[in-house]
Design a protein around this ligand. Structure first.
Ligand code: ZN
Length: 101
């Protein structure tokens, strides 16, 4: 993706996964804007059951370069639960994931 800002053009790498569903995707770029050394880009997940939008921040590191800084939203990837814990069907995992937000 190319971002134009202050007459400079920045080449940034599109994220390769979605922060909501955590699937590997080629996200659709919707919008981007730069401010005070940061580029903010809005992408849409292309995974059919997700299609959520998310914001990615890039740190401008040079006249034409910017580095992935992080997702500004999404859901954290929780620990890998063993089947024993999953099969308990308790609210433990949901409560745990809620606590991460
Ligand atoms: Zn997604």
């Amino acid at each position: 993706m190319i971002v134009e800002y202050n007459n400079f053009r920045f080449q940034v790498e599109n994220p390769s996964s979605c922060p909501h569903c955590h699937n590997g995707i080629e996200p659709r770029e919707i919008y981007n804007n730069a401010d005070r050394g940061l580029i903010y880009s809005i992408f849409q997940c292309t995974f059919r059951e997700c299609r959520k939008q998310f914001v990615v921040a890039y740190q401008i590191t040079g006249q034409t370069s910017a580095e992935f800084k992080g997702f500004l939203d999404g859901t954290p990837i929780g620990p890998h639960w063993t089947d024993t814990i999953k099969n308990l069907k308790s609210k433990f995992i949901a409560t745990y994931m809620q606590a991460l937000l």
